[in-house]
Design a protein around this ligand. Structure first.
Ligand SMILES: Cc1ncc(COP(=O)(O)O)c(C=O)c1O
Length: 125
């Protein structure tokens, strides 16, 4: 399974660098523990995956929503919200695939492939 994941990734990776978790929530909690402390600024797409916001909650970050479209975060809004100095964002949580964007709801079309993208969270600006 490690080899299959390595083959899937578009960059070189050592098999020892791949950690298999029991689900996305555990992976997100572990990622949050590495990058976030209390009051760390964290940029997320707006809207984003509610389960991710819940997984990061124990680290008590400050989630800042970045305006997004079907291709992800808008660069200008990212730059405006990334912060400076000690307040600079420690992490950005982005969804390169399986994105749920409000346009799906507006168009009434189903979310991304595989039926993913259920449940959105609406972080503050
Ligand atoms: C962006 C995103 N990540 C993770 C998940 C959950 O994935 P899994 O059920 O494989 O843990 C979802 C489910 O909708 C999702 O939309």
């Amino acid at each position: 399974m490690h080899q299959e994941i390595a083959d899937f990734l578009p960059w070189d990776v050592n098999l020892e660098q791949i950690l298999i978790t029991t689900g996305s929530q555990l992976a997100l909690v572990l990622i949050g523990k590495v990058f976030l402390d209390k009051d760390s600024r964290m940029l997320v797409e707006k809207p984003t995956y509610l389960g991710a916001l819940q997984a990061f909650t124990p680290m008590e970050p400050i989630a800042v929503g970045v305006d997004s479209d079907d291709e992800g975060m808008l660069v200008e809004d990212f730059a405006a919200k990334v912060g400076t100095g000690a307040d600079k964002a420690r992490m950005a949580y982005v969804l390169p695939n399986f994105r749920t964007h409000r346009s799906h709801h507006e168009r009434g079309t189903p979310p991304g492939p595989g039926g993913k993208g259920q449940g959105t969270g609406h972080p503050p600006d």
